[in-house]
Design a protein around this ligand. Structure first.
Ligand code: T3D
Length: 262
């Protein structure tokens, strides 16, 4: 869609792709890019024909985090905490709670808040060229945009501390071994493999997928009794959908279900 300059938004066969599009800066995030990213998320959320969202980067980077040159250009006058609260936090919340499956297609380096964005997605499919860095410490900052929340949950406290306090650039194989990424593929297979995942998810029951995300998210922050209660409510809602009836009928008739999101 042409109204964007720093991202590219495409929707094909129910799969929306947001590609960060500042390859010369490894897709570092300017205010313009952050604003467009937020707008594209709203666009795909509101579009019922979009069933899955892919976030990726153009060129050799996924996203190098905050554009440090833009910061300098502003003479360092911005209160960084305020900047994070204004641009990054709403974006991360939107992505994490996005009511459709989200996949970070990690084509290259994901650093600082760029890594946080990848972690906020439901799935991370990485190419052999992917690298991950909690780069914040290298410039005397601390993890933001959700990294302090996502990272220990994904890799455990010890490894999260190592990444956050050393800021080393981790290769894709180690990221797979640590559980940061779901799949690791050859660079030339990245798009195909990611689209295969996306299409499978796009064929799933949209309302149930949304509720599954909600219940798993709640599950890590609530105790068993609360989770059981929450599951009960969601199951009642899921059981009332057309898609549940369709799923059962399809099973009984030995055919593939056709879910409608109703
Ligand atoms: O304001 C706030 O709200 C604060 C928010 C903070 C959130 C954050 O994200 S803080 C962390 C910011 N990010 C970084 O500190 C990462 C900085 N980049 C790097 O450390 C390295 O570039 C990488 C490890 C990511 C990749 O290294 P490499 O060797 O593959 O690439 P490179 O040569 O360093 O970079 C290529 C180009 O991209 C280069 O431009 P040039 O010299 O060819 O014109 C480089 O300057 C540019 N680039 C990379 N990262 C950024 C960037 N330009 C602006 N901002 C960047 N973050």
């Amino acid at each position: 869609m042409s109204e964007f300059s720093d991202i590219v938004y495409e929707l094909t066969d129910g799969v929306a792709t947001i590609a960060l599009n500042r390859p010369q800066a490894l897709n570092a995030l300017t205010n313009q890019a952050l604003t467009e990213l937020a707008a594209a998320l709203n666009l795909s959320d509101a579009d019922p024909s979009c069933r899955v969202l892919i976030l990726t980067g153009r060129g050799r980077g996924f996203c190098a985090g905050q554009d440090l040159k833009e910061h300098q250009a502003h003479g360092g006058a911005t209160d960084i905490g305020e900047h994070v609260a204004r641009y990054y936090n709403p974006l991360v919340l939107k992505l994490y709670h996005f009511p459709k499956p989200t996949i970070a297609m990690v084509n290259g380096v994901a650093a600082g808040a760029g890594m946080s964005l990848a972690l906020a997605c439901d799935f991370r499919i990485a190419s052999q060229a992917a690298r991950f860095s909690q780069a914040f410490v290298k410039i005397g900052l601390v993890p933001d945009s959700g990294s302090s929340y996502f990272l220990p949950r994904l890799v455990g406290v010890a490894r999260a501390l190592e990444m956050a306090m050393l800021g080393d650039v981790m290769d894709a194989a180690t990221a797979l071994q640590w559980g940061l990424v779901h799949r690791l593929v050859e660079a030339e297979m990245l798009e195909k493999e990611t689209m295969n995942w996306a299409r499978r998810l796009a064929e799933g029951p949209p309302l149930a997928l949304s509720m599954i995300k909600e219940s798993i998210h709640r599950g890590i922050d609530h105790n068993l009794s609360e989770s059981l209660e929450w599951e009960k409510g969601l199951q009642s809602a899921a059981a009332r959908t057309y898609d549940h009836q369709e799923g059962v009928q399809a099973f009984l008739n030995k055919r593939a279900p056709e879910f409608r999101g109703q």
